[in-house]
Write a protein of this length. Structure first.
Length: 98
């Protein structure tokens, strides 16, 4: 998946359209915020569905890891993470710059 700013997209539109024709998805950003996606027609609903061509391409490129079969993960054996009391509030405050 590629990202292009509006100005860059306008300047190099032909190149991005060639990438889209090859199956790439281009995320269009405006001041760092994604405002649009460009993808080939008909790919919107099936691009990443299991068994779809886009899904297999993403797996082959290492950008997507298929989910484990139901029941394949033993969550009870997963290590428990213990945090000191108040840690989550501190993290939220730091994220919100409070």
């Amino acid at each position: 998946m590629k990202t292009a700013g509006v100005r860059d997209l306008k300047a190099h539109l032909s190149g991005y359209l060639r990438d889209v024709a090859r199956g790439e998805v281009v995320l269009v950003t405006d001041r760092g915020r994604v405002v649009a996606e460009i993808r080939s027609p008909g790919a919107a609903g099936t691009a990443t569905l299991p068994g779809g061509p886009g899904f297999h391409r993403l797996v082959e490129r290492g950008l997507l890891r298929p989910a484990a079969a139901p029941g394949a993960v033993d969550w009870a054996a997963a290590p428990r993470i213990r945090l000191a009391r108040g840690t989550s509030q501190e993290l939220l405050d730091a994220e919100r710059a409070e």
